[in-house]
Ligand binder design. Structure first.
Ligand code: GLC
Length: 821
């Protein structure tokens, strides 16, 4: 029957439409009632300019092309000529600085040019393309005109864009995806999903980051499809020559982001969606979590266990069982009779307490949070006005509408009591939103959407981000000028402004170690750089070897937290006995030694938008072979991390990018653009430092701030050419850096075979407590005759057993000269 209706209707439409494609979604219960007709833009009939916006029309549909900056251009489609309200949770402010732009009409097309990019709109077929002004290279081009289908059930349109996919083009990004780094040949869906024990290539997962990077002919560009509905991306899977993205509703709205380097694309994407704030420094330490540590005695025992064994740790987590019947913002008084005292005692040994808060609020008229929410109408409702109800940990629940600014304000204030008790960090989970049985909310649930209204189809993918936004903003107010520490499971582009993320419920297998490594890199280049995995795997049982290899990788995960499900064996860094405990300690200590470097990398992200983890594909996009290498990355610019991901491995093959690299452990100097077989016994993970780097180190501490720093180590890795590095310091837990109360020390290191010169320039207004520098010069190719620090000769120096030149100076130098004999 449906087929017959389709046929008749198709004939009708065929005669009406200039260009059309008819497809039948017979498997789709909604769309099989009516033929699905894709309507395409036809030819350009009208053009109008309004400031930095250009409107093109085919007489019916309209397209807006907006010059956002010299390198970013936004495109929007209004199928029947009326644009939706220009509102985005991802991009708080669209327009940036543009130097100049122009519109030109040619015989066949219109061209909009900025200083760097030219956007061409073809008159005859409305195809849009973007090219690089300098090289003339066409970066991205429509394969067919933008198109849409009416949505009979909900109103609005399914919207589609199809671009050419070049034979040698590869794709990266897209945030929370599992499987290989290179996305070529695969199709994805974005619909935030509670994906317990997810597998390789499972899709969708917890977050929606509809931003990808394309690379061809050694040049990169990005597309950010800012649409919160269920969306899809196809990178040459259905058709090898086409890349498409589409959504189940909303506007076809995307940003073209110019490169030509992948790093430029990511940095520019972050100018749209924001960067992560500087986290409190302690948040960069090691965190210990479990579902759940309770009662209080157990929490204290674990915290003390770290101190007794001298394994550094900054935070311990209370998962859902600390609550009274899983009611958020309450305590189970049987397990935790005096939370304030416990939190204070933990703080006294340098252990911060982080607690879980979920969105499901128990339906219980004797529970103050539920009562307040009910009285004030803060909970989500279905289309017919019934409350949205679903079962989560506490049983029957209702859910705050975090897309309502009033609700966000209320929710943010609920943290007051926990803050007063001394809780230091907050973990928002299950905010896809997850509902037992049903998976999530039904489509008809209504949301305020900051006054722009929408069903759950529109709000689903941003629900979690708005929850943690409300948490973050509330905490920021409650904590005055202190930096909040928040973690979220779900998110949408821009979530990095409010929280760090973890990859969700992974599994204790070697495959998941590999997967987690790729996931963190991918999140990092997708604009969400403060990310980590559940070290050891959430479900299942790792053996000592797997756990230790995971700790090693985790040492270089921006967020370093061990976590495990309640039905697994104990999972602390000492749970596997020796030699594992000692190796785990060694790596966690390394994390604390490298703290000034790690913190500086976070600053570089916050201030300049650099990703924290940088895959080889990003470091050398010009080598297509690197588009397939996915298990090595640099943390910041200086440290190359080559995790060991194979069971039983005692060595591994390592590719070193251009330049020269020092083996972190042996100080052996190796030339880049080569592969090496490197020793990797269990106690080592291959690490390399870029020649010419200055890598600062602190002494090992049991937690951030345990001891005052009175001396900083500067590890200087000799290079026979000039290399720049920097180090960032500030108070570590306030927003004073926004008022320039920070110190950015910029170093340049340059050797010429006979001498080594190190220069320092300082920016910012912060004065650290220490005065003493302990210099370690690694890899000097000459015998030392004299050393000068700002023209003052240093006579006390020595060469240690690892051939390091060591000397001290209690001055904030401007230049150092090491002169050869
Ligand atoms: C979810 C989280 C997990 C947490 C558990 C209990 O599965 O992903 O991290 O431990 O819920 O709260």
């Amino acid at each position: 029957m449906a087929d017959e209706i389709n046929k008749d209707h198709i004939e009708e439409i065929k005669s009406e439409h200039i260009e059309e494609e008819i497809i039948q979604h017979l498997n789709n219960p909604v769309t099989n009632l009516k033929p699905i007709v894709k309507e395409y833009l036809t030819d350009v009939k009208k053009v109008k300019k309004e400031g930095n916006k250009f409107y093109f029309s085919d007489g019916n549909a309209k397209v807006e092309v907006r010059v956002v900056s010299d390198e970013i251009i936004r495109v929007r489609l209004a199928p029947h000529g009326v644009f939706l309200d220009d509102f985005s949770y991802a991009v708080p402010q669209v327009d940036q600085k543009v130097t100049t732009f122009s519109l030109k009409e040619n015989d066949d097309d219109y061209t909009i040019s900025t200083n760097t990019v030219t956007c061409k709109v073809n008159k005859a077929d409305f195809l849009i393309s973007f090219s690089d002004n300098l090289t003339g290279l066409e970066m991205s081009k429509d394969a067919s005109a933008m198109h849409w289908e009416e949505n009979v059930e909900f109103g609005g349109y399914y919207v589609y864009a199809t671009k050419e996919c070049l034979p040698e083009e590869n794709f990266f990004g897209l945030g929370d995806k599992s499987g290989n780094m290179n996305l070529r040949g695969r199709k994805f869906q974005n619909w935030n999903t509670d994906a317990y024990s997810f597998g390789w290539d499972q899709d969708p997962l917890y977050r929606t980051i509809p931003f990808y990077i394309g690379v061809h002919e050694a040049a990169a560009y990005g597309i950010f499809f800012d649409n919160t509905f269920r969306s899809y991306f196809d990178f040459g899977k259905e058709n090898y020559e086409k890349t498409s993205f589409w959504a189940d509703g909303g506007e076809l709205q995307y940003y073209y982001i110019h490169g030509p380097h992948m790093m430029d694309v990511v940095k520019r994407y972050q100018t749209l969606t924001g960067t992560h704030q500087l986290p409190p420094k302690w948040a960069l330490g090691f965190h210990q979590c479990r579902w759940s540590y309770y009662p209080e005695k157990k929490v204290r025992e674990i915290a003390e266990g770290f101190r007794q064994r001298q394994i550094p740790c900054d935070a311990i987590y209370l998962d859902i069982d600390y609550m009274d019947g899983y009611r958020c913002f309450t305590w189970n008084k049987k397990y935790f009779p005096d939370p304030k005292k416990m939190i204070k005692d933990l703080a006294n040994i340098g252990m911060k307490t982080v607690v879980m808060i979920d969105p499901g609020i128990k339906v219980d008229d004797n529970y103050w949070v539920f009562k307040e929410g009910k009285e004030n109408n803060y909970f989500c409702r279905r289309s017919d006005d019934y409350f949205m109800e679903g079962h989560v940990w506490p049983g029957r629940c209702q859910f705050p509408d975090f897309t309502n600014p009033t609700v966000r304000e209320w929710w943010g204030g609920l943290y007051k009591e926990l803050i007063d008790l001394g809780v230091a960090g907050f973990w928002n989970d299950m905010n896809e939103p997850a509902v037992f049985g049903a998976g999530t909310f039904p489509n008809d649930v209504r949301h305020n959407y900051d006054g722009y209204r929408g069903s759950h189809r529109k709000a689903h993918n941003i629900y979690g981000m708005q929850m943690v936004r409300s948490t973050y903003d509330g905490l920021k107010k409650l904590m005055r000028n202190k930096r909040p520490f928040t973690i979220t499971r779900a998110g949408y582009s821009g979530v990095q402004r409010y929280a760090c993320v973890w990859t969700g419920d992974n599994v204790a297998t070697w495959e998941h170690l590999k997967l987690g490594n790729i996931q963190c890199q991918r999140m990092s280049i997708s604009g969400v750089p403060f990310v980590g995995t559940d070290i050891g795997g959430f479900s299942g049982e790792p053996d000592g070897e797997l756990f230790t290899r995971w700790i090693q990788l985790g040492t270089f995960s921006p967020f370093m937290r061990a976590h495990s499900a309640g039905d697994t064996s104990e999972r602390e860094p000492w749970s596997f006995g020796e030699p594992f405990t000692s190796i785990n300690r060694k790596f966690i200590e390394l994390r604390y030694q490298l703290m000034p470097y790690i913190y500086s990398v976070f600053w570089e992200h916050h201030r300049y938008g650099f990703p924290i983890l940088r895959p080889l594909a990003m470091l050398e996009q010009e080598y297509v072979s690197n588009h397939y290498r996915q298990d090595e990355f640099t943390f910041g610019d200086k440290i190359l991390v080559c995790p060991v991901l194979e069971q039983g491995a005692t060595s591994r093959l390592v590719y070193l990018p251009k330049g020269q690299w020092y083996n972190f452990w042996t100080h052996e100097l190796l030339n880049g653009e080569n592969e090496y077989d490197v020793q990797a016994p269990l106690e080592d993970m291959p690490l390399f430092v870029r020649a010419g780097s200055v890598v600062p180190e602190y002494p090992v501490m049991q937690y951030v701030g345990e001891k005052p720093i009175d001396e900083v180590w500067l590890n200087i890795y000799y290079a026979g050419y000039e290399v720049n590095s920097f180090m960032f310091e500030d108070h570590g837990d306030t927003f004073a850096y926004e008022q320039d109360i920070y110190l950015e020390k910029k170093f340049s290191v340059k050797g010429d075979g006979k001498n080594l010169v190190i220069q320092q320039v300082i920016e910012g207004l912060y004065t650290p407590n220490y005065e003493l520098y302990d210099y370690n010069v690694i890899g000097l190719p000459f015998e030392v005759s004299k050393i000068f620090v700002d023209d003052k000769e240093i006579t006390e120096f020595n060469i240690d057993d690892r051939k390091r030149l060591r000397f001290k100076s209690n001055k904030n130098f401007m230049h150092i000269k090491v002169i050869g004999a």
